[in-house]
Design a protein around this ligand. Structure first.
Ligand SMILES: CC(C)(COP(=O)(O)OP(=O)(O)OC[C@H]1O[C@@H](n2cnc3c(N)ncnc32)[C@H](O)[C@@H]1OP(=O)(O)O)[C@@H](O)C(=O)NCCC(=O)NCCS
Length: 146
């Protein structure tokens, strides 16, 4: 994807490399997005190394201030680990990262983007609705394969 600059929040958004794993997972911990059953460094490495996935990072200079993991499965696009550093929230950076994620999908011909919100994080649904997302009225089922 092309680099995106925003004068408003003075950040640059670009795909991360493996060397940014520690900074990204630190941000995810701070944002309360990690769980013991999802080792964040493994999630990061799998997404960065995948052919149909990436982790987009927002930089203020050298400082990583936000992330969005993106991927597509041949049908839908998915966003995970959308996180903005605590001190940067409320200035439009979450929206910018979502815009960058949507652009990443469009560049790959993905017609629809989806995401999951943990029931313990239901407050963030209002944020996504501001960005144009709608409740898909689906129940997500899962099963571990490891
Ligand atoms: C959710 C999160 C990414 C939002 O980032 P942010 O930079 O604060 O959001 P923005 O400033 O871009 O806000 C975009 C819009 O959503 C609104 N908004 C932001 N947070 C909101 C909230 N909790 N409830 C309702 N609206 C919200 C803003 O007012 C803004 O509206 P506007 O552009 O129409 O004026 C950030 O709070 C975060 O990192 N949270 C912890 C991690 C998390 O829960 N991620 C989601 C996992 S599913």
């Amino acid at each position: 994807m092309s680099e995106r600059n925003s004068a408003a929040a003075a950040v640059t958004i670009r795909p991360l490399g493996l060397e940014q794993s520690a900074a990204a997972t630190r941000l995810w911990e701070e944002a309360g997005l990690t769980r013991p059953w999802n080792p964040p460094a493994e999630d990061f490495a799998r997404a960065v190394g995948g052919e149909t996935s990436a982790v987009l990072g927002a930089f203020d200079g050298d400082e990583l201030v936000g992330t969005a993991m993106v991927g597509h499965d041949g049908h839908r696009g998915w966003i995970y680990y959308l996180a903005v550093a605590e001190t940067r929230r409320g200035s439009g950076l979450g929206r910018q990262l979502n815009d960058a994620a949507e652009e990443w999908m469009r560049e790959r011909g993905v017609p629809k983007v989806q995401l999951m919100v943990r029931s313990t994080n239901a407050g963030v649904v209002d944020f996504y609705e501001r960005l144009g997302y709608e409740d898909g009225e689906v129940v997500v089922l899962g099963k571990w394969l490891r």
